[in-house]
Design a protein around this ligand. Structure first.
Ligand code: NAP
Length: 287
């Protein structure tokens, strides 16, 4: 799914995050650790790029030593029209989180989708069934696209039903109002909504919903600040396997790094760097 050069890079490399805001991002520590691990001369810089400056920032990526960039809020959708090419994932999801320089061309990729699948693999095992995705924004779009390609039958649940319906009309799956979801059938619950983000006491679902999930269900919360969200506490109290979104963040970073450099750095390098950077910070800090 990820487009990469499939060869080790040789010269010095420069990668970026373009976002607004860009402070507090864990991407620099993850990618710097990856450059070190791979023994590659490279640097990763987080730049605050307001929307009106995105075209100029992207122009700067077209020449060495730039190898690419990550894009975050608010650029993931706006970048689509500024790329020379898009991977199938970026085109279908309608969002670019990774820009890859190929010669002077910029290719838009989405590593959130395969990153989620990599993060889910240890939690779900090989069986597939019904999955509920909470949310209808960019993260939910990536989840719905990825999970369906991975063999899951996806139900999209969002507090604004019309947004869930618009998403499924485009990407597939079934949009269901929260009160109508057959939670007993959901082997997997993925929170791709912002509920719980920086709010340790907020959950996108009630205790009763979590208790209705079948035995052996897996719950994945894309939120990782705070590390222990209310949803994860609810899930563990009900005996379900549960994990926060740090593994997805690390997995998407690993795939971006692979696409830029050709170096397949192990996931734990990204995960350990992100965890170490998070530890001194107070829970509830802004993302
Ligand atoms: P987004 O486009 O702003 O969408 C937010 C979604 O959350 C909307 O569907 C919104 O519902 C819903 N929502 C917001 N507050 C809610 C609440 N209190 N209760 C229930 N639903 C609520 O955001 P996004 O870019 O998709 O990101 C969603 C989350 O995923 C964020 O927490 C983000 O940090 C996380 N994320 C994590 C990773 C990772 O690597 N771990 C990657 C990408 C995103 P309405 O439609 O009704 O407004």
């Amino acid at each position: 799914m990820t487009t990469g050069p499939h060869r080790p890079a040789t010269g010095p490399l420069q990668a970026y995050l373009f976002a607004d805001p860009a402070a507090h991002s864990l991407s620099p520590v993850m990618h710097r650790a990856a450059f070190l691990h791979a023994g590659l001369p490279g640097e990763y810089e987080a730049r605050r790029v307001p929307p009106e400056d995105l075209p100029a920032a992207l122009r700067g990526l077209r020449v060495p030593p730039a190898c690419g960039a990550n894009l975050s809020l608010p650029h993931k959708e706006a970048a689509l029209a500024l790329m020379d090419g898009l991977t199938p994932a970026a085109r279908a999801i309608g969002a670019v989180n990774t820009v890859i320089r190929r010669g002077e061309d910029l290719i838009g990729e989405n590593t959130d989708a395969p990153g989620l699948l990599d993060a889910l693999a240890p939690l779900t095992g090989p069986d597939r069934g019904q999955a509920a995705v909470l949310g209808a924004g960019g993260a939910a779009r990536a989840a719905v696209w990825a999970l369906q390609r991975d063999g899951w039958a996806v139900t999209v649940v969002n507090r604004t039903l019309a947004r869930a319906e618009a998403l499924t009309a485009e990407l597939g799956g079934t949009a269901v109002a929260p009160a109508e979801v057959p939670w007993e059938n959901m082997a997997l619950l993925v929170n791709a909504s912002s509920a719980g983000l920086s709010r340790p006491d907020e959950s996108p679902v009630t205790d009763e919903v979590v208790a209705r999930l079948p035995a052996g269900a897996a719950v994945y919360d894309m939120v990782y600040r705070p590390a222990e969200t209310r949803l994860l506490r609810q899930a563990r109290a009900a005996g379900h396997r549960a994990e926060n979104g740090l593994s997805m963040l690390a997995a998407q970073a690993r795939l971006s790094f692979l696409a830029w450099t050709g170096a397949d750095v192990p996931l734990h390098v990204f995960l350990n760097a992100a965890q170490a950077a998070l530890e001194p910070h107070a829970q509830g800090e802004a993302p």
